[in-house]
Design a protein. Sequence first.
Length: 149
Amino acid sequence: MDEEDGILKTLQFLGDSIATDMKILIELNGAIATGRLHNHIEVHARKLDEKYSLVISYPFYGKFVDQGRKPGKRPPVNDIRVWCKLKGIPESAAFPIAKKIGEKGFKGINFTKPYYDDIKVIKEILTSDYHDYVIKVLLKDIKSLPTRS
């Protein structure tokens, strides 16, 4: 396995670990209705233009589950109605819930926090791996230099 594959595998492993932590936070906060958000967190380690990246994606509405919603505008009542039905809450509660979210907001559950917490660790690992790789290549090059007789 070459160094590039090793870095990509390390990134993918870290990303998968972060995604698992995100899913656990979603579960612990009872934020599963259909399971779509929980089941569609995707992780991709990539190398583009000599730069490594880790992309973690999820459905758009996950932004509101994660970061919440500021007061001022009600969420769509039909979306709340569907959520109520999935959670076993009477659908008649949809409008009052949407109204309260519009007035008070919703703080969110911060399920992406593991990603931001682990970003420092990822950078340290990549820096360390890259540093070790450069040293290894330099030593190999030095050993292959012809010696004077």
